[in-house]
Design a protein around this ligand. Structure first.
Ligand SMILES: NC(=O)c1ccc[n+]([C@@H]2O[C@H](COP(=O)([O-])OP(=O)(O)OC[C@H]3O[C@@H](n4cnc5c(N)ncnc54)[C@H](O)[C@@H]3O)[C@@H](O)[C@H]2O)c1
Length: 456
């Protein structure tokens, strides 16, 4: 099938590549000429496991192409996916200018019937706006051409986007007509073999399903961060509590890890957008507001621990920072907790020596050259002479480090762990002052501090 995808970001590029992999003929359109040039040159603008090979192989096979030429894109596929960004507007609502811009472009160029599919995360009612924009534009052209609008939200996770698109848990289709539903069933047939994953519903329910899914996951995280805050003050260990509640099948083990707050391009903006949508509909979303407030506060927790450890602002100190991306296996730093921390440290007059396996280029792009930021070549190099280590992303490479080496490289044995990667008892034995989330502070055990002071 010939398919056009507007937007070659995390969603459009991955979805386009996966659709090409199963044999569809995919043309991806983006307004970012530099990005399109890089893609045509075999360079992948984002880090996503498995994506590079997939894009290169399908591009070489001629099934996956990239262009800035929107007219060519509209002429190519009967199916037109819209996978452009929907960033938050100033009031928290989703900014639909890019989605509606694509709808308009499609209507300006279409010469034959088209099925327009919103894959971007869009508020309830957007399909109606897309439909209206296309109808108006066609009317302005005096063209009577049939079209349909479908909502088909994307549920991929960054860091596992290719795997999620190849083996989706479910495919939600908010379909217009039975013919359109059948067309989408054909598109997704290769991903729907083991069992029927397609859930067909009305367009508005499909749009709300996407927000409800992300808000539910954000709620689980904020809930657990709240329990962590309580545990810390009561001398309980949230990691024990996590296991204790996760064993209940009604709760489950997924998404109940406490930490330094959720980030990324989706949860923060989607929680905000649903709050806005609910208020606009005259309903106060008290749970969602609490989820957002808890998360904003959670992003300050590590800095608070740092301030308490030093008895005030850490002016003049240097921090080794492991992990810059908002989560592992991506280079995406949108709304990352690391950014809130770095900016707080800089404002307090501290310096950062940072390392991330994939997000160094992105950090450089965001912050440029500055005296209080050193981008280290390795995680070990980031430690050199720093006053403490701070872990902000749970990359595999940070899970079992050489603690003796960390102790030797750092100026002092102090670790702030925003992802609860290490065992407080073991850290105390090794002579570290160790601060995690919801676990109380581990002071170095007496034996260990004697050993380290006599070694010094
Ligand atoms: N990133 C995720 O994990 C994820 C997961 C599910 C859903 N979503 C949703 O999917 C949508 C896209 O997210 P993303 O992370 O891929 O965004 P992104 O910012 O990575 O990419 C968006 C792309 O769209 C392009 N674009 C903008 N206007 C265009 C136009 N008129 N024509 C063609 N291209 C245009 C931009 O240049 C950019 O390359 C958002 O609504 C997001 O909420 C994202």
């Amino acid at each position: 099938m010939k398919i056009t995808v507007f937007g070659t970001g995390y969603v459009g590029l991955v979805q386009g590549a996966v659709l090409a992999e199963v044999g569809h003929d995919v043309l991806c359109v983006d307004i970012d000429a530099a990005k399109v040039a890089r893609l045509n040159d075999g360079q992948i603008p984002i880090y996503e496991p498995g994506l590079e090979d997939l894009v290169r192989a399908n591009h070489a096979a001629g099934r996956l192409n990239f262009t800035t030429d929107a007219a060519r894109g509209v002429a190519h596929g009967r199916i037109q996916f819209i996978a452009v960004g929907t960033p938050p507007d100033e009031d928290g609502s989703a900014d639909l200018q890019y989605v509606l811009g694509v709808a308009q472009t499609i209507a300006e160029h279409m010469a034959e019937p088209r099925v327009v599919i919103t894959k971007s995360t869009v508020p309830v009612g957007t399909a109606d706006k897309v439909r209206a924009r296309i109808a108006e534009t066609l009317a302005g052209r005096g063209a009577a051409i049939g079209f349909d609008v479908v909502s088909n939200p994307e549920f991929l996770k960054e860091g596992a986007a290719v795997a999620d698109c190849m083996r989706p848990d479910r495919i939600v289709i908010g379909a217009g007509s039975p013919e359109t539903e059948e067309l989408l069933r054909e598109v997704y047939e290769p991903f729907n073999r083991s069992r029927d994953k397609i859930i067909v519903m009305d367009v508005r329910s499909a749009e709300l399903t996407k927000y409800a899914a992300n808000c539910m996951l954000a709620t689980k995280i904020s809930f657990m961060n709240e329990i962590a805050g309580i545990a810390e003050r009561l001398g309980a260990d949230v990691e024990m509590v996590r296991q204790g509640i996760g064993a209940d099948q009604r709760i489950g083990h997924h998404f109940i890890y406490p930490g330094a707050g959720y980030g990324g391009s989706c949860f923060p903006k989607d929680v905000k957008a649903l709050i806005h949508t609910a208020r606009a509909a005259g309903f106060e979303p008290t749970v969602l507001q609490a989820v957002e407030d808890r998360n904003d506060a959670q992003k300050e927790v590590i800095f608070d621990k740092i301030r308490r450890h030093y008895g005030g602002a850490p002016k003049g100190r240097t921090f080794a920072l492991w992990g810059l991306s908002f989560k592992p296996n991506t280079d995406d730093m949108r709304e990352a907790a690391s950014r809130v921390l770095m900016e707080a440290l800089w404002a307090a007059g501290a310096k950062v020596q940072a390392y991330d396996p994939e997000a160094m280029e992105e950090t450089q792009r965001i912050y440029g050259d500055r005296d209080d930021l050193t981008l280290a070549g390795t995680k070990e190099a980031a430690l050199r002479g720093a006053d403490a280590l701070v872990v902000m992303t749970e990359w595999q490479a940070f899970r079992a480090p050489d603690f003796d080496l960390i102790g030797e490289r750092l100026g002092a044995r102090v670790v702030f762990d925003g992802r609860n990667l290490y065992d407080p008892g073991r850290m105390a034995k090794k002579g570290f002052a160790y601060y995690a989330i919801g676990r109380g502070a581990a002071a170095p055990s007496e034996a260990a501090s004697e050993a380290s002071s006599s070694a010094a």
